[in-house]
Each structure stands twice: as structure tokens, then as C-alpha cells.
Ligand binder design. Structure first.
Ligand code: NOJ
Length: 517
């Protein structure tokens, strides 16, 4: 029925491999585990899965620190396991997207091991190296997302290197043609295996500057908020004119698009993109101009403190302004980097705990009623809450460890899936211990039980997704009106040639209604 490409209206289920399903009892999820749960995902009615990184990695940032882009980390399985997963997913009609991490690799990657040795080696220019200022300090005032300076000293070269995240995630130098080639080869390798698309990690952090690097300016809009994440000094600076979102990123993106297009015209490039002061939607336009990314993965609904009704409307408004009629935007209310919806949105919408389920279902329906594609993090179809009582000595996320107990980082949304309510590890693992603890509060929300209960969020959402697929207005034209409605209402219409559907979300009753008009 649809003339659009699959990705333009796709519902994408995000799998965090470490926490999805363990198949060998080591307490860590793996690729065969994912294969064994594909039917559960397909029955939900989603169109695609996006699997967070499973490449070889020391796991300092849980896979976002790749030490070999061509290998599977042994704790997740093997390339053969990946091929098997791909085959299984395709058989069930699911597209498969994987994360690719272009901006940085692990400090254990042979490229960096070589580069850091001296100023004269094959890979000397593959990373951002800079001399200290005369007083010995770092070349710029740039800060890392995870706290502290974005520059770390390397005694062998007597120089600093750049890392926008952990010191063990050195930034690749995209001004170097060989680097761009190397990353394009990685994309080809996985496209050749049959993946349908990539979520490009943190494209705004790709750096292609040459020294002298320039300082970030102070952020005049910064206000110290009550929220621990916002108190981090990183947000006191503006990044878009210096450290991040550099124009040269487009050069790489255009080259990568040519790689994708050389396949069957059906391979999807979705770039994760943020910018200063909530400007991501505006900035996305440039990233999705002709010959660049198909879509950008937008952060606006992922606000750590959640969004109230007017906040949600404002995002929809902007998206309609910039992207109506296109599938060039991907939304997400949830992912592995932010607190879960049931935890943060209850407060933001001023609801009470008993309303969590209804809210969850309504927001899931809202997210897949918008133009473009939508990513849904594993466990959101169950309405899982964050796990906020992980003992400090069991925390794993380096960002949380750095700032706990004031700021807990991202472990709280990354705990393992609950499949059944068995006492041991809820069907996630048969081992003695899981990599992060499973919360007792999740026991009653087990996935396989939800999938068999007609009134569960899973079943109602699944019914909705199946209905959605049959509505031309929802899937065959990416056209929608601006939202309207009272203080606690969001109403908009989706429009196709032969059908208009009014989508109404009532934040008093927490119900969603869809009517042909
Ligand atoms: C964004 C990823 O989603 C996050 O988990 C990771 O820590 C950073 N990029 C760095 O790769």
C-alpha cells in the first residue's frame, strides 16, 4: 500500500544486547539470546530492530568504545550468531539496523595504539593531537560529556588528544581521508552481510578540525537547574561553533550516503544528533539535505526531566514546521541513555503512580502517530520503571559512577529484561548473577506474561500497531497538521489522499482516540 520507503514511517524496537536475553548463563545478554526472542518482537508489530553495539570492545562505555569494528565481542557471540540473527529477523519481516560508532573508537583499537606511539607513524594523524599551550594546559576549554576535560595528555607524544566522551574513547580525525575510508569500509562490511540500516552514533561529535582549535563560548542561556544532569559544567558552554556540529561532518555523511545508495536503495542512515539549546530539529535540516542522512535521531522527547503537555506540543510544532511531508526525522521517547518514560514522564505530567500504565500506552501511541519513524526502547512496551536503588558498588555506567549519588547515570534504564516471573533471573539468565541487578518491581511486568494478557500495554499497543499499518493516513503520506487542543490535550490530523485521521490524546483521562474525519 505504501509508496514510502520502509524507514520513513518505521516503528523501530531498540535492543540493548547486554540486557535483552542471556543464552549461555554468564549473566550478560547476547546475540543468540536476541534470536530466541525475535518472535516476541515481531508479534508486537514493529517494523525493525535497532541493536546497540555488540562489536569487540573493552566495554568501558558498553560497546560505544569499539576496538574492532569487524568482530563481535566474544561475550555477545560470533559473526555466525549475527548472521543467524539477521536471517531470523528477515524471515519474520523485521528489518535490522545496527549502531555504528564513527566519531570515536576505543583507546584499545590498534589505530589508536599505533597513533599514540609517536608523531611519525602510519596512524599519527588519525586522531586529534595538539600541543599544550605555553603554560602546559590543554589547547582549548572543551569539556567531555561525561565530566572533566575533553583533552588527555599522552606522554609518549608530549601532546594532548581529544575525546568528547571518556578518555578511553579518542576522537577520530575526519579531516584525514584514510579515516573516512576506513569507516566507509566498516559500513560496507555490514551492508554486505545484509543489515538494513545504521544508527550513526553521535554524528554531531565527529571532529574534522585542524589545529589551532578554538575555544567554546559560554552559554548565555545556561541556568543552574535543580536537576543533577543539567548542573554539569558541560552545559555552561556553547559547542556548535567550535567543539561540535562542525561543517566538515557533512563531507563524511555525503560520502557515506553514496555507500548506502550503492546498494538497493533501501538502506537507511539515521544519525544521532544533538545541538545547543534544543536546536536539534533546526540543525537536522542541514544533516538531512539532499545526499546526506535519511533521517536524524532526535533528542527532544528524551529530555531527562520529561516534558509536560505544552513541551510535547512545542516539539511536534517544530517538527511539523521543519519536516512535514518527509520521513526525515526519527523520534524517541526512550532509549538506553535516559530515564524510562514511566519514571520521568509521571512527574513531568504531574500524574500519580496509578496512572503510569495508561500514560505509557498513550505516549507509545502518540509517538507512532507522528510523521517520520520512531524508536522504542526494550521494556517500554511493558511500562518498566527505572531501577534507582542499584548499590553504588554495583553500578556500571562510568558517567553515573563519576557523579553518584547525586546523579545516577544510565544504569537505571539498562537493567535486564524480565521475561517471566521466576525467582532466579526472570527468564533473562540461568547464571548466578546478572551484570546489573533485576528489580523485584519488574517481576510483575514480565514480558511473556504481558504478551498473553489482552489488557496489557504490550497487547493493546500491538493491536494499535497492527491497526496503524492498515491506515493510509498513518503510513502512506508523511503529512500532518500542527497540534491543537486545550491545556491537557494534543490533537492533530494525519492526512493522505483518501483518508484523514484525527489523533486525539487526552491527558486528563490518559486515553487516545483516532477518528476518520
Ligand atoms: C551516544 C550513545 O547513545 C551513548 O550511549 C554513548 O555513551 C555516547 N553516544 C558515546 O558513544
Amino acid at each position: 500500500m505504501s509508496e514510502l520507503k520502509w524507514w520513513e514511517t518505521a516503528t523501530i524496537y531498540q535492543i540493548y544486547p547486554r540486557s535483552f536475553q542471556d543464552s549461555n548463563g554468564d549473566g550478560i545478554g547476547d546475540l543468540p539470546g536476541i534470536s530466541s526472542r525475535l518472535e516476541y518482537i515481531a508479534n508486537l508489530g514493529v517494523d525493525a530492530v535497532w541493536i546497540s553495539p555488540f562489536y569487540k570492545s573493552p566495554q568501558n562505555d558498553f560497546g560505544y568504545d569499539v576496538s574492532d569494528y569487524y568482530e563481535v565481542n566474544p561475550e555477545y557471540g560470533s559473526l555466525a550468531d549475527f548472521d543467524n540473527l539477521l536471517l531470523g529477523a528477515h524471515k519474520l519481516g523485521l528489518k535490522v539496523m545496527i549502531d555504528i560508532v564513527p566519531a570515536h573508537c576505543s583507546s584499545e583499537h590498534p589505530w589508536f595504539i599505533e597513533s599514540r606511539k609517536s608523531k611519525e607513524n602510519d596512524k599519527a594523524d588519525w586522531f586529534h593531537w595538539a600541543d599544550p599551550l605555553p603554560d602546559g594546559t590543554a589547547p582549548t576549554n572543551w569539556l567531555s560529556f561525561f565530566g572533566g576535560r575533553a583533552w588527555t595528555w599522552e606522554p609518549r607524544r608530549q601532546q594532548y588528544y581529544l575525546h568528547n566522551f571518556l578518555p578511553s574513547q579518542p576522537n577520530l580525525n575526519f579531516a584525514n581521508k584514510q579515516v573516512r575510508h576506513a569507516l566507509k569500509d566498516v559500513a560496507k562490511f555490514w551492508f554486505d552481510r545484509g543489515v538494513d540500516g545504521f544508527r550513526l552514533d553521535a554524528v554531531h561529535t565527529i571532529n574534522a578540525d585542524r589545529p589551532p582549535y578554538i575555544d567554546n563560548l559560554p552559554n548565555p542561556h545556561y541556568k543552574v537547574g535543580p536537576f543533577p544532569k543539567d548542573q554539569q559544567p558541560f552545559f555552561r558552554q556553547l559547542h556548535d561553533t567550535a567543539q561540535l556540529n562542525q561543517p566538515a561532518i557533512q563531507e563524511f555523511i555525503q560520502e557515506l550516503r553514496l555507500v548506502a545508495d550503492a546498494y538497493d536503495g533501501n538502506r537507511f542512515l539515521m544519525g544521532e544528533l544533538d545541538s545547543d539549546n534544543d536546536n536539534a530539529i533546526e540543525v537536522s535540516k542541514n544533516f538531512t539535505a539532499s545526499g546526506r542522512l535519511h533521517s536524524t535521531y532526535n533528542f527532544d522527547f528524551l529530555e531527562w526531566k520529561g516534558l509536560d503537555v505544552s513541551g510535547i506540543k512545542a516539539v511536534i510544532n517544530k517538527a511539523v514546521d521543519e519536516f512535514n511531508g518527509t520521513g526525515n526525522i526519527s523520534f524517541a521517547f526512550s532509549n538506553h541513555d535516559v530515564p524510562r518514560v514511566a519514571t520521568r514522564q509521571l512527574t513531568a505530567l504531574k500524574l500519580h503512580k496509578g496512572q503510569a500504565e495508561a500514560m505509557q500506552l498513550m505516549l507509545l501511541k502518540l509517538s507512532v502517530s507522528l510523521i517520520g519513524s520512531t524508536c522504542i526502547f526494550q521494556g517500554e512496551e511493558l511500562g518498566l520503571e527505572d531501577v534507582q536503588d542499584i548499590p553504588i558498588d554495583e553500578m556500571k555506567d562510568p558517567w553515573g559512577i563519576e557523579f553518584a549519588p547525586e546523579f545516577l547515570g544510565r544504569d537505571t534504564c539498562r537493567t535486564p529484561m524480565v521475561w517471566d516471573s521466576t525467582e532466579s533471573h526472570c527468564g533473562f539468565s540461568t547464571g548466578n548473577k546478572t551484570w546489573l541487578p533485576i528489580s523485584r518491581n519488574h517481576f510483575k511486568m514480565a514480558a511473556l506474561e504481558a504478551a498473553n494478557k489482552p489488557k496489557s500495554i504490550y497487547c493493546q499497543f500491538s493491536e494499535f500497531l497492527k491497526w496503524r499499518k492498515k491506515q493510509p493516513a498513518m503510513i502512506s503520506a508523511n503529512d500532518m497538521t500542527k497540534p491543537w487542543g486545550g491545556e491537557r490535550e494534543i490533537i492533530f490530523e494525519r492526512r493522505a489522499d483518501k483518508q484523514n485521521i484525527r489523533c486525539m490524546f487526552d491527558f486528563y483521562t490518559l486515553t487516545a482516540e483516532f477518528k476518520e474525519v
